[in-house]
Design a binder for this molecule. Sequence first.
Ligand SMILES: Nc1ncnc2c1ncn2[C@@H]1O[C@H](COP(=O)(O)OP(=O)(O)OP(=O)(O)O)[C@@H](O)[C@H]1O
Ligand SMILES: [Mg+2]
Length: 366
Amino acid sequence: MKISTLTLKNFRNIQFEKIYFKDGVNVLSGKNAQGKTNILESIAFCSYLKSFRSCREEQLVKYGSDSACICLEYESGGVPCKIEIKIFRDRSKELKKNGLSVSKNRELIGEFLSIVFTPDHLNIIKEGPNKRRSFMDMALCSLDVKYTDSLLRYQKVLMQKNALLKKLNMLSDGFSGEELLDIYDRKLAQEGAYISVARARYLESLEPFARDIFGRMSKGEGKLKLLYINQFSKTVESIEQMEKAIFSRLVSKRSSDISFQLTQSGVQKDDFLVLNSGKSLKYFGSQGQIRSAVLSLILAQSEVIYKKCGEYPVVILDDILSELDRTRRAFILDGLHNAQCILSTCETQKVKNRGNILKVKDGRIV
Ligand SMILES: Nc1ncnc2c1ncn2[C@@H]1O[C@H](COP(=O)(O)OP(=O)(O)OP(=O)(O)O)[C@@H](O)[C@H]1O
Ligand SMILES: [Mg+2]
């Protein structure tokens, strides 16, 4: 995937701007609060149809305007493509691919492939398991529609089951809910098995690339390992085996679910460990090591996408260079030969004469 131009109209602090990108590394450089992240956000929006900042859609529209437009022109497999998105303050957005209207989000999600690093991603290692689950979910949802469907169905059934567990205490005698709980648990095991196996396989495919990138970035210091953790089984062999394991755990926890009025086990508790030479980076990693490890995970994603789709995604790196030493910086600025990369930095000195430099000032490219 290669972006040629991005045209923004009333998107955040950008009134109107057509931005030309080149192959290789493109650097958005400028002082704080000029619009660098806003530009990256608009590009990633074309892939995921949601912002990487947790915000409401209407917040993307420039203050005082009714709508914002993003038009992304890019090449996919050598073929020119165009995505147009119009975001309104008061109604749902309009989508077009190559000039034709698209009515459903899912028809457009994943058409334009990109992967994103923002400083928030450091939480993948630093914070709790929910960050690591959303890392896996984001990646898998963009690679596998069946995964998205399974995840949505799982979340819905889990909500229904939890609602029932809350009600059970209030209901009159004679209704134990056993039959309904059994139906919910079977469904949770079925969807959960698909989710769990997909997560395990995804981490397996990510690990060799992440280890290689981490090793090259840090010139051989340490060895990265990813360890998938679930409550059901140490080895993940097949969906059928996983379904049985999840169901038997759900059944064994049923009485405790009823007393806690909450489902105690399931893939909503999954996690993975990021180890460097056998030690958890969460507890033993330096700032720079954690940043390098997260970056390795993100860049490894681009290799996995290439393996699956035959094409590299555009790599979007927000504020990546701070906290990285010269070697690791050079790895980013010189090393991503396979993919087009768009990064932002306010440390203009560090990127002098490196890549296609686009200076951002007050919502404009100057
Ligand atoms: N909906 C909006 N309408 C107009 N301006 C907005 C809107 N949303 C955000 N902004 C403005 O955009 C600017 C922030 O832009 P952005 O986050 O892209 O900065 P940045 O260049 O990445 O800065 P930093 O180096 O600090 O990360 C702020 O001045 C903010 O007020
Ligand atoms: Mg920024």
